[in-house]
Unconditional design. Structure first.
Length: 402
């Protein structure tokens, strides 16, 4: 029996709480002021212990609060995906843990009728070499058996702590492991140069054979602690179609396949930067592939957004920002009406694609980058679901109707 046969009715309409418990500098540059750090690994290494801990405690207490959960629920959404770091339990110096913040999130979610997908977003020494993996230009975690085991213990501890909670939707085993295709397409170490070149030496993409075994091992560690109806989520490594023969045995229940599909990635693969070009690509690639894979797993699009180069008014070369050395638009080239037309069109097409599967989580709930006063960030406000909602670009409450 296919995974779809086991879970026909599952559908999720959610948003990511990005840059809360896992930092991404581009989403809140002010947090990195006074340092040359480009990622979370180097931030505590360039600040005093006192300053680092004060910044983190203030950030975590203010970035997401109870009010945000009430707002998300008011939009008609039913879930949040929360990226968490491998040091969530506070056992990897110099980082400080954040499990108490996740505890609060569960209390808020249960109070306001939301579910949580816990997403283990980073790994020691990196699983993808990007800033969102915690350390730029380094991807050596899979080569270090003791760190692989550590990651499994984190997953098991999360499952023990939250597996029976009403608010748990599921646990995602690992965010965006860089398989060979994406490692090459993104040219990772050029796009995200390692701060210490010697630390980046030996970095390499993660093999399909390795990540498959890791997913099997993670399932065995997580599943015994989960209440009935909770999901174990695996990421496709940006290679959606290779998973047809994986975990199809009857013993693997409630397994969900997560794919991340961005228009900026479509641009990397030659998508024309027009409304018609985006819609054509979404319909003939995103939608078709998700519909096909839905025969094997419930498929969610765990990350997507409205961001595209057309609305920015400049080719972003696959979503590269001023932090990647890219020059952004110096002035708005679209009227508010023109921009709304673009975003309405691409949101409708994308939601139709995600609804070929089992739902979606927008990336991200909020963005603290000042896209008005900081040169080069025109068009990046579309990463912020709050702004998308307020400007009428995309209404989360309409997701089920599209």
């Amino acid at each position: 029996m296919s995974q779809k046969g086991k879970e026909k009715k599952m559908r999720v309409n959610g948003v990511n709480l990005g840059n809360w418990l896992v930092l991404e500098k581009w989403m809140n540059p002010a947090l990195f002021e006074g340092t040359t750090a480009e990622d979370e690994y180097y931030l505590p290494r360039q600040l005093s212990k006192e300053v680092y801990e004060a910044r983190m405690k203030i950030h975590r207490s203010e970035y997401i609060t109870e009010r945000d959960f009430t707002r998300i629920a008011s939009w008609g959404m039913d879930a949040v995906r929360i990226p968490v770091p491998y040091f969530i339990f506070g056992d990897r110096e110099p980082f400080i843990g954040c499990v108490e913040d996740l505890d609060k999130a569960f209390n808020w979610a249960e109070k306001y009728g939301l579910k949580i997908l816990i997403d283990l977003h980073t790994a020691p020494d990196g699983q993808n070499g990007s800033d969102n993996g915690g350390i730029c230009g380094v991807c050596k975690w899979a080569q270090e058996p003791e760190e692989v085991e550590f990651e499994l213990t984190v997953l098991e501890r999360l499952a023990r702590r939250y597996g029976k909670r009403e608010g748990l939707w599921g646990i995602e085993v690992l965010n965006e492991p860089a398989l060979p295709g994406m490692w090459a397409a993104m040219d990772i170490q050029k796009r995200y140069p390692p701060m210490e070149p010697e630390k980046g030496v030996g970095s390499a993409p993660i093999s399909i054979e390795f990540i498959r075994q890791f997913y099997l091992d993670a399932y065995e560690r997580i599943n015994p602690h989960l209440a009935e109806g909770k999901y174990v989520v695996i990421h496709d490594g940006f290679d959606l179609m290779i998973w047809k023969d994986f975990m199809q045995e009857e013993k693997y229940k409630n397994v969900v396949l997560d794919t991340h599909q961005y228009l900026m990635m479509a641009e990397m693969y030659g998508c024309e930067q027009t409304i018609e070009g985006y819609i054509d690509y979404v319909e003939n690639h995103f939608a078709k592939e998700i519909e096909e894979m839905q025969q094997y797993f419930p498929v969610i699009c765990g990350e997507w957004c409205l961001f595209n180069s057309l609305a920015c008014g400049v080719d972003t070369h696959g979503g590269q920002s001023v932090l990647n050395g890219e020059e952004g638009a110096v002035e708005e080239k679209m009227t508010p009406e023109e921009k709304k037309k673009i975003y309405n069109a691409v949101s409708k097409a994308q939601m139709a694609a995600w609804n070929k599967g089992s739902g979606q989580f927008y990336w991200s709930y909020k963005l603290l980058t000042d896209t008005v006063n900081t040169p080069g960030w025109i068009g990046w406000d579309s990463w912020d679901l709050g702004r998308c909602h307020d400007f009428g670009w995309f209404l989360p409450s309409s997701a089920e109707q599209m």
